[in-house]
Design a binder for this molecule. Structure first.
Ligand code: PHE
Length: 357
């Protein structure tokens, strides 16, 4: 009787398992794999030797061999996993950062904390100038009713002056009754109403804030921009007081090099009205793209309060008078720092922002 080719299977399997346990690297495992489970392995040789078996014994032998292969293959796979995990752990240890000696503020770890926008910096500087002149600082809502943004400011519905402001309407209530404020002037109305309610006139206040117009942004316009409004309501106030405040502000903020001028203008809520302009600092008055070749940059408007506005909020125009002004914070930043294209103000590039403190 021929001895079964599988007589030593248990021993052979044990030897293979010992070989697997002795593999000490992934490379060795790859090298040994063909002789453990592959074509050159004892398992494959045994398979081929089944030819000598009687057909009735083959099934049993096949099952035994299959079981031995399963045990060996699974031992090989778990060794592969162990070895590759160990290799990975070694790599992490070698390549890992040594965090032990990192000092906060060390140049190898520059922790960036960002930078305030130039608009915010400018707003604070402008507030400081006006506070030093005796003004208080107030704020109003960015979403207004048509009444605050237009009507109370003496701009009735369908008044042609509405064309001065390309308005964003909010889908709320009746169509075209709620707007994103097109200027900070509606905050004047809130302030006067409050002063009437509290019987706290006079008012000397500035009101900075964000405004919105359906403008296509270019080098001197943004669709979302910032204004600072000024309002004085007191006894015996005239255009001369307004001109004095504008002049004092210009010198305090821009310094002696920049000239300002008031040109006759039109606003429905002031009479007389003026436009407030300063020398273009990009071209020093020569004319350039930023100032549309005029040499001047319009900062905003101003004027003596129209009696119709005082009447709208219930202030007695025979006792009180006042003036208002409103100009662009972004424009002030642009002119003070000679920024040819205003869009840089909203790009939030820290390399740009870090130039300003
Ligand atoms: N609100 C005006 C504007 O944005 C500016 C202005 C304010 C004019 C106050 C006169 C008085 O165009």
């Amino acid at each position: 009787m021929t001895s079964s080719p599988l007589a030593n299977l248990a021993d052979q399997t044990a030897k293979l398992l010992a070989t697997i346990a002795g593999l000490d690297s992934i490379d060795h495992l790859r090298e040994a794999e063909p002789t453990i489970t592959g074509k050159r392995s004892i398992l494959s040789a045994l398979q081929k030797s089944f030819g000598v078996l009687a057909p009735e014994d083959r099934k049993e032998a096949g099952a035994q061999l299959q079981e031995a292969r399963r045990v060996v293959e699974s031992a090989l796979e778990s060794r592969r996993r162990e070895l590759s995990q160990a290799a990975r752990a070694r790599t992490l240890l070698q390549d890992g950062l040594d965090l032990g000696d990192v000092v906060v503020g060390d140049v190898r770890w520059p922790a960036s904390v960002g930078h305030p926008s130039l608009i915010a910096i400018t707003q604070r500087e402008l507030e400081d100038v006006f506070v030093a002149m005796g003004f208080t600082v107030s704020e109003g809502p960015e979403v207004e009713s048509d009444w605050y943004n237009f009507e109370a400011l003496n701009i009735p519905p369908a008044h042609p002056a509405r064309g001065l402001w390309d308005t964003f309407y909010v889908e709320l209530g009746e169509p075209e009754t709620v707007v994103l404020r097109t200027h900070t002037s509606p905050t004047q109305i809130h302030l006067m109403e409050e002063a009437v309610a509290k019987d706290s006139l006079p008012i000397h206040s500035v009101m900075p804030g964000r405004c919105f117009r359906r403008d296509t942004p270019d080098s001197s316009h943004l669709a979302t921009f910032h204004q600072i409004e000024g309002l004085v309501v007191d006894r015996g106030i005239s255009f001369a007081d307004l001109a004095g405040v504008i002049e004092t502000f210009t010198r305090a903020y821009f310094g002696p090099d920049i000239e300002s001028r008031l040109r006759p203008g039109y606003f429905p809520f002031t009479e007389p009205s003026a436009e407030f302009e300063v020398t273009c600092t990009i071209c020093r008055g020569e004319g350039c793209r930023t100032c549309s070749q005029t040499g001047w940059i319009e900062l905003g408007g101003c004027g003596v309060l129209d009696p119709a506005v005082l009447a709208a909020v219930g202030i007695d125009g025979s006792e009180w008078s006042g003036f208002a002004f409103g100009f662009g914070i972004d424009r002030c930043a642009q002119m003070r720092h000679q920024i040819a294209d205003m869009r840089a103000l909203i790009e939030n590039d820290t390399r740009f922002l870090e130039q300003f403190s």
